[in-house]
Ligand binder design. Structure first.
Ligand code: UTP
Length: 279
């Protein structure tokens, strides 16, 4: 079982400026729920109860969201609005939240390494709230934790097919089939944000990972890569060379809410879905 989910949420979210000058990107809502709450709820559904967040001094609103707000709670008690806080109330009651701050934005790999004291020495999930996933059945992280039960000593990354012109936005993997598995592959090569002509395939890593704690020792030695940042892809590449990384083509739909287009698409999708559920 995976108990801890790590949320690296220290990034500046500069694509959403000026909105993200004082509001963390993860607090931007799809309809009425902030991205970070969708992310925590997905982790909960996958069986995680320890929510570990790598934040920064600009992200205090995230901590406040997962705390009580007595004034509002008292003012809507007994009214029809009480139901609006039920979901977040359940999350707060069911999970523990720990926070640590990344002092310099040195990349996703560095953010994950910063989270080590919150994770300890057990396999853990990593979920990037920017990637909002929706599936009628099991959530993407649920699908991955089920695979972890069968492959407990492997790291697992969620992948999806992308158009060639988008490879420069993602970590891209080369894979070999895994006997008797249709959606699970052995990763043989990983390249961070390649140009289309250098991409080993059209399979891109999205923001869902299951990592084994051996990643931390590797991250400590990983030098800055693409963009001068410490990349999780570079660290995972070392484990891939030992056959220890699996790529999972997940079921469901992903929205890149780190981009304005993806955010609007997700908003329309969830709005339409909500309307359909009302019928
Ligand atoms: P992104 O590069 O997509 O997010 O990082 P960003 O930097 O916040 O966004 P833009 O590009 O400026 O608009 C992917 C994830 O890694 C986290 C981000 O918070 C996001 O969840 N991250 C990235 C960190 O926590 N620390 C870092 O140093 C870099």
């Amino acid at each position: 079982m995976i108990n801890t989910c790590l949320f690296p949420v220290a990034g500046y979210g500069s694509r959403f400026l000026p909105a993200t000058k004082s509001i963390p990107k993860e607090m931007l809502p799809i309809l009425t729920k902030p991205l970070i709450q969708y992310a925590v709820e997905e982790a909960m559904k996958a069986g995680c109860t320890a929510m570990a967040m790598v934040t920064s001094k600009y992200k205090k609103a995230i901590e406040d969201h997962f705390d009580t707000h007595t004034d509002i709670e008292q003012s809507i008690a007994g009214s029809s609005k009480e139901v609006l806080l039920e979901g977040i109330g359940r999350v707060i009651k069911s999970c523990t939240f720990t926070y640590t701050r990344q002092l310099e934005m040195k990349g996703l790999g560095h953010a994950i390494l910063t989270g080590e004291p919150l994770v300890g020495n057990a396999p853990f999930a990593v979920l990037l709230p920017d990637d909002l996933c929706s599936n009628a059945g099991d959530t993407v992280l649920q699908q991955m934790t089920a695979l972890h039960v069968r492959y407990p000593s492997h790291c697992i990354v969620a992948v999806e097919e992308i158009p060639p012109e988008e490879t420069h936005k993602y970590g891209v993997v080369a894979v070999e089939p895994l006997v008797s598995e249709s959606a699970l592959f052995v990763v043989t090569e990983m390249v961070e944000k390649p140009e289309p002509q250098d991409a080993p395939s059209n399979l891109a890593i999205i923001g869902r990972y299951i990592l084994t704690p051996e990643i931390f020792a590797i991250l400590r030695e990983t030098k800055p890569g693409k963009g001068g940042e410490i990349q999780i892809t570079d660290a995972l590449k070392q484990l891939a060379q030992q056959g220890k990384v699996l790529a999972y083509r997940f079921k469901g739909r992903r929205f890149d809410c780190g981009s304005v287009d993806g955010f609007v698409e997700a908003t329309n999708f969830f709005y339409t879905q909500g309307k359909q559920n009302e019928i």
